[in-house]
Write a protein that binds this ligand. Structure first.
Ligand code: URQ
Ligand code: ZN
Ligand code: ZN
Length: 493
């Protein structure tokens, strides 16, 4: 297979601008970007006339083969990264999720083993699900030796992987020392637990009970709490799957005050609403059981505005697949339905169709929110998320007029349903390249087990020192206001 590829005659789109041009790829890297490049002898030439040439998508939130709620997600690292390629995504940032008391390094090693079968590049956020001195130490080893620069915290899932405030404060502080970023699943797990009991005891056992136990206020409270804890500790924060106005308001307030808060929205929360829980079909409603749940439709307009305005910086899928028989584990009790949906193959097309074709996003903004912003936040730009010379040749050739009707009957995801079943999307990939390999070739999936590589993500040390400096100033000013405060005389009382 040729080690050289020339992508010719397309419109090159980066997060900054669009221009006509050619891209030359050699040995997995971009070696030339120019208005016109002559094809080297023996190079494969891809005609991109009439198409967009963009950085491959980066999905910063996936869960391949996750052991969760008594079962294991049906999508593994090979099938999931293959489906990603079919949809124009060339990198997934997945999650190592240690069980409480499980050493972080043991869990990390386990997940690295699972991911060796991947067909596109990948990396890992590492979840902090418990705390003691060994966790403190392992976080340091993971940043220093294993290229981890982000630590996840689940504020929901009481009795399983939920963090209380003590863990949040310890872990956020440690991440701050290391120059790593903290990410959170922001739902108040105590409220969810209490509401689940009340809904179930009121006689509601079906999937329609799921959203009733996790209203937007439950997400808004946790989002604001995480933001405030990060503010006081002076650490950057990233909220995953921001699904509602309540959480978006907390993010917006913080960002407008200059706090370094990033936020992600899932493609599905932008286009699917909570009516899916009420259409009477148990399986279909259970297919949509994920957390945070799908929301009343009016939240979508705010999320699109958040994305267009820059208050939300990234899009993801939270791809965490459980087939219908697995969902039926909760047939008598919605609290037992494994939480998660598909989406890695559809994110880019859903965002193009509903975002770019509707005028909400420009092609450059599309590239920013599907690839470049995630690369910048998680410190792998411009190696990933760009069309720069020297970058990995992770590229998607995008036909803005290619039609597809999304269906489980034709998708590549290893799951027996699709939350987007029947959705018509115009704008789809024609070619996807993963470090120069044509892994999706005009409709033909050409992925190979094990060709994906683990991507090290260095910490943001330089920017972090500035944050610490600010924090020390804030701290010193606060102390001064207490220590130097004029003391009332005994007479004044
Ligand atoms: O909460 C998550 O992000 C994981 C466990 C996937 N499931 C979900 O419902 N979002
Ligand atoms: Zn989550
Ligand atoms: Zn998740």
């Amino acid at each position: 297979m040729s080690k050289q590829v020339l992508i010719r005659g397309g419109t090159l789109v980066t997060a900054d601008h669009e221009r006509r041009g050619d891209v030359l790829i050699e040995d997995g890297l971009i070696t030339g970007v120019a208005p016109e490049i002559d094809a080297p002898a023996g190079a494969r030439v891809i005609d991109a006339g009439g198409a967009y040439v963009m950085p491959g998508g980066i999905d910063p939130h996936t869960h391949m083969e996750l052991p969760f709620m008594g079962t294991v997600a049906s999508e593994d690292f090979f099938t999931g990264t293959s489906a990603a390629a079919a949809g124009g995504t060339t990198m997934a940032i997945d999650f190592v999720i240690p069980s409480p008391q499980e050493p972080l390094l043991d869990a990390y090693t386990k997940w690295r083993g699972w991911a060796e079968k991947a067909a596109c590049d990948y990396s890992f956020h590492v979840a902090v699900t418990w705390w003691d001195d060994s966790v403190h130490a392992d976080m340091g080893t993971l940043t220093d030796k294993h290229g981890v620069n982000s630590f996840k915290h689940f504020m929901a899932y009481k009795g399983a992987i939920m963090c209380d405030d003590e863990v949040l404060v310890n872990s956020f502080s440690r991440a701050g020392e290391l120059g790593a970023i903290c990410t959170v699943h922001a739902e108040n797990g105590e409220l969810v637990w209490a509401l689940q009991q009340r809904v179930f005891e009121a006689g509601i056992s079906g999937p329609e009970g799921h959203p009733l136990s996790r209203p937007p206020e439950v997400e808004g409270e946790a989002a604001n709490r995480a933001i405030r804890i990060a503010e006081v500790l002076g650490v950057p924060l990233y909220l995953v799957h921001t699904s509602c106005i309540d959480a978006l308001e907390a993010v917006t307030r913080a960002r407008l005050e200059g706090q370094r808060v990033y936020a992600e929205v899932l493609a599905q929360h932008l286009v699917i609403d909570d009516s899916v829980y009420r259409d009477g079909d148990w399986d279909r409603a259970a297919h949509h059981v994920m957390s945070p749940p799908f929301r009343p439709k009016h939240h979508q307009q705010a999320l699109w505005a958040g994305l267009a305005s820059g208050m939300l910086q990234t899009t993801a899928t939270d791809h965490c697949c459980f087939c219908t028989p697995q969902k039926r584990m909760g047939v008598d009790d919605f609290r037992k339905i494994p939480n998660g949906t598909n989406g890695i193959e559809d994110r880019m097309a859903v965002l193009w169709h509903h975002g770019v074709r509707s005028g909400k996003l420009t092609p450059s903004e599309f590239v920013a929110v599907t690839s470049s912003n995630a690369a910048k936040i998680f410190n792998i730009y411009p190696r990933k998320g760009s069309l720069s010379v020297g970058a990995d040749a992770d590229i998607v050739v995008w036909d803005p007029n290619k039609h597809r009707t999304i269906s489980a009957a034709t998708h590549n995801q290893n799951i027996d349903f699709s939350i987007y079943e029947g959705m018509e999307v115009v704008g789809n990939p024609v070619y996807t390249l993963s470090r120069g390999r044509v892994v999706y070739d005009n409709g033909q999936l050409n992925t190979e087990r094990g060709t994906g590589r683990y991507v090290n993500r260095p910490c943001h040390a330089p920017y972090w020192e500035a944050q610490q400096l600010r924090n020390r100033k804030v701290g010193a000013a606060a102390m001064a206001s207490v220590v130097d405060r004029p003391r009332p005389t005994p007479e004044e009382g």
